[in-house]
Write a protein that binds this ligand. Structure first.
Ligand SMILES: [Fe+2]
Length: 297
């Protein structure tokens, strides 16, 4: 596959306002160009999250992280991870500049290629960065690609995305919500209680505690159509987390053709991020404390 030269393009002024502009091509991870500060940022984030996630992340994630030989001392090389990941589940990591156009992203997933942003946040962005960086993509997402069922779910999601792209805007929106509430912000039941599997939580110091331990958010049993109707937050912690019983449940839910589901969804109103419905399987009804009043997307 063709690769482009890595460059970090910061926000640029365009006719759509100030937006990050990236090449969508695959880039070779410029590992030798990481500075001491970059490796230090990785070390601080890695050490902090590893400590926080004991007893909070699902066991599948922690076990995979162990086997991955990711360590605090330096930013991992994608090629080293691929040497373990490809034989395990057939996935490979590819380096990218940042978020990809939807269809490109889906095509990669459908081919078991996971795009990982090559650059890491600056030291002053340790606690929060709006766009996904190397720490989010690599630490948050990659360990679960070692789980065979989750690995299949991700591929099925990519295939579903390609299909939804042909159906239209509302189908894509429904699918984006599914990704958000599972791959990014999902919780899972375990014999020892609720655990995290979503990458957006895994890579966030604050949310890895808040999602499990705060009274404020709702925790609701996984329901595909319910999730596809539910708006979400991009600027604050989630108001609602959806809980799966196991990864099988997730994969099984993506098995049917979504086309009739998309059609049925157009008849139903969207659900606000914090709303609880009568039909919900409520694990915890959120107190709503500290919620912003508007801003759901
Ligand atoms: Fe992500």
């Amino acid at each position: 596959m063709e690769t482009a030269t890595p460059r970090r393009v910061e926000h640029q002024q365009t006719d759509k306002g100030s937006v990050p502009v990236y090449t969508t091509a695959i880039v070779e991870q410029p590992w030798d160009s990481y500075s001491a500060a970059d490796h230090d940022t990785w070390a601080r984030l890695f050490t902090r999250q590893l400590g926080l996630l004991q007893g909070r992340a699902c066991q599948e994630f922690l076990d995979a992280l162990d086997g991955l030989e990711m360590a605090a001392d330096k930013i991992p090389k994608f090629s080293d991870i691929n040497a373990l990941l490809a034989p395990a589940t057939g996935w490979t990591l590819i380096g990218v500049e940042g978020l990809l156009p939807e269809l490109d992203f889906f095509v990669h997933l459908a081919n078991r290629r996971f795009p990982v942003t090559w650059w890491i946040r600056r030291p002053d962005q340790i606690d929060y960065i709006a766009e996904p960086d190397l720490f989010h993509d690599l630490f948050g997402h990659v360990p679960l690609l070692f789980n065979p069922v989750f690995a299949d779910y991700m591929q099925a999601y990519g295939r579903g995305g390609i299909k939804a792209h042909g159906v239209g805007e509302e189908a894509l929106q429904a699918l984006t919500r599914l990704y958000w509430y599972t791959v990014e912000f999902g919780l899972i039941n375990s014999a020892d209680g609720l655990r995290i599997y979503g990458a957006g939580i895994m890579s966030s110091k604050g949310e890895s505690i808040y999602s499990l331990e705060s009274d404020a958010p709702n925790r609701i049993g996984f329901d595909l159509e319910r999730i596809m109707r539910t708006r979400y937050r991009i600027d604050t912690y989630q108001k609602t987390y959806f809980v799966i019983d196991d990864f099988e449940q997730l994969f099984a839910a993506t098995r049917p053709d979504f086309t009739p589901i998309y059609a049925a969804l157009t008849e139903q109103p969207a659900v606000a991020a914090g709303d609880v419905l009568d039909s919900d399987r409520v694990v915890h009804r959120g107190s709503g404390e500290g919620w912003a009043q508007d801003g759901d997307v």
